[in-house]
Design a protein around this ligand. Structure first.
Ligand SMILES: *Cc1c(COP(=O)(O)O)cnc(C)c1O
Length: 503
């Protein structure tokens, strides 16, 4: 639903703004009674579909090739992307997708594979998956990996299913139904737990923004299946009690699931296996630079500790002498089973491995350190004008501000974010994590140059000064220069209109 359908700063006859063209839905520009191509009338055929035969025209919009081309190119230009500008969306690690990855993924030997072709003809692809697995296991210090999950949230489900299978094997699946989750967790954590019939139990973080050993100890009991902890957490802070927390959870008979979405802060620097983690997903589309956010597909491999490895899903890779085999079923007697068709997002594996090999072990550690440096650079450059919820201390790969600095200005976090759009920036993550009032979570990643960060800082400082001067309309009326202004995002999510109709 549009607030002001075509309202923009400068009304034009065409609806275009300079070279930024308006583009209606394809059904509104193409007539359904015409076709963009000349197809000869088919010779009469005896219908063989019985009652299933189509009775009416299909109703597709007919466009000429240039019209169709323009439609999609114009739409593509409305996408904000990491290729267009700084994308500081906290917790999402919107880093540059190196073109080398894309080039390698397009090699015919990779791009033309079919998931059903005989394994003997795809040994190179399996070797690539084995090599990627080796890197992921080395970086995390874990024992086994499932490559098949197709996103971080899917990885959470995978990890929890392995935990459920392990509890089943111990005869405790019926009694251990609680999963401990800190309040700052990503919404997918409680959702994944609930999907499997676990009950999420919230644990509070301390005033310092991290979970204490005591808080976990208090929440533990014979009913606890696992803890799900994000490290570094979504406040951009390292959970420094993690080793003690893992010990407590294990002593109480539970498993430790780590949400590894923020691995970009520690890859090559710290190994989750050393911290006591039993299962963790890696978002290849975050840490390992494969495209995401409209450009997907995602990929969320899960690494397992020795304790959970036997319960990992099929398929998994097995080396038999020279040959590699994808074990599809059977051999993994305790495996919880199959999570997806086939074996995951192969094209993403190619890109992630290209990223890993082009960086090398030292380069990966450098990337993590630079990501942390970039976030702290922003923190230091903005801390005199913005407010941090947990005191003035070093952050990891993302820096969290709250809205106290806007107090009394009449500008809300949402308005501030919308004003950033007018300045050509995708807003940072806002109102997440929920533990912080008016949260603004900024993750610049290691891809940004100092020049780019400086311009971002200068822009935010200008906006803040403007808010303090009482120029409220710059915020409450923003975005003024976007193709659409304020959308009813809640209605769009809750009541999506997925079908075009003339009415
Ligand atoms: C991105 C993210 C997820 C979910 O990952 P998807 O790949 O989007 O499913 C989970 N937890 C955190 C902290 C994240 O940032």
């Amino acid at each position: 639903m549009l607030d002001h359908p075509k309202e923009s700063a400068f009304e034009t006859f065409s609806g275009n703004r300079g070279l930024d063209q308006e583009e209606p839905p394809i059904f509104e520009i193409g007539r359904t009674d015409t076709s963009g191509v000349d197809i000869e009338e088919p010779a009469h055929l005896e219908p063989r579909l019985g009652a299933l035969e189509r009775k009416e025209p299909i109703g597709l919009p007919g466009l000429s090739e240039p019209e169709a081309m323009r439609h999609y190119v114009r739409l593509s230009r409305k996408n904000y992307s990491i290729d267009a500008g700084l994308y500081p969306l906290g917790s999402c690690t919107m880093k540059h997708n190196p073109r080398l990855n894309e080039k390698v993924a397009r090699l015919a030997g990779f791009a033309d594979l079919h998931p059903l072709q005989p394994q003997s003809t795809a040994q190179g692809a399996l070797a690539l998956m084995e090599e990627l697995s080796r890197w992921l296991l080395t970086l995390t210090g874990m024992s086994a990996v499932a490559l098949s999950p197709k996103a971080g949230a899917h990885g959470e489900l995978c990890g929890l299913m392995a935990i459920e299978a392990a509890l089943e094997a111990r005869g405790e699946a019926a009694t251990r139904k609680v999963v401990l989750i800190p309040q700052s967790a990503h919404g997918t954590n409680p959702a994944s737990a609930a999907l499997l019939g676990f009950q999420p139990r919230v644990i509070e973080a301390g005033a310092d923004g991290v979970v204490s050993e005591e808080a976990v100890a208090r929440a533990l009991g014979p009913d606890v299946a696992a803890i799900m902890l994000t490290n570094p957490n979504t406040c951009g802070l390292f959970e420094r009690n993690i080793v003690a927390i893992a010990r407590r959870v294990h002593e109480a008979g539970g498993y430790f699931y780590c949400d590894g979405a923020n691995f970009n802060a520690i890859a090559g620097v710290a190994r989750p296996g050393d911290l006591g983690v039993d299962a963790m997903h890696l978002n290849l589309h975050k840490t390992f630079s494969t495209p995401h956010g409209g450009g997907g597909p995602g990929s969320g491999p899960v690494v397992f500790s020795e304790r959970l490895a036997p319960f990992a899903p099929v398929p998994f890779l097995l080396r038999e002498g020279e040959a590699l085999r994808l074990v599809e079923h059977g051999d993994g007697a305790q495996s919880f089973g199959r999570l997806t068709a086939f074996h995951g997002q192969f094209g993403t594996f190619v890109r992630a491995l290209a990223y890993i090999l082009s960086h090398g072990a030292d380069g990966l550690a450098q990337a993590s350190r630079d990501a942390v440096l970039s976030a702290n650079y922003l923190r230091a450059a903005l801390r005199d004008v913005m407010t941090q919820p947990f005191g003035d201390r070093l952050c990891m790969h993302e820096v969290l501000f709250d809205d106290s600095f806007l107090e009394g200005t009449g500008v809300a976090t949402l308005d501030f974010a919308k004003a950033m759009i007018d300045e050509g920036y995708h807003p940072m993550t806002i109102y997440f994590p929920l533990v912080v009032h008016g949260a603004m979570l900024i993750e610049p990643t290691e891809s940004e140059s100092k020049r780019s960060l400086d311009l971002f800082v200068a822009t935010l400082r200008d906006l803040i000064a403007s808010a303090k001067r009482g120029e409220t309309r710059r915020f409450t009326e923003a975005p003024r220069y976007a193709p659409r202004r304020r959308l009813d995002e809640a209605a769009a999510a809750r009541k999506p209109v997925l079908r075009w109709s003339a009415g």
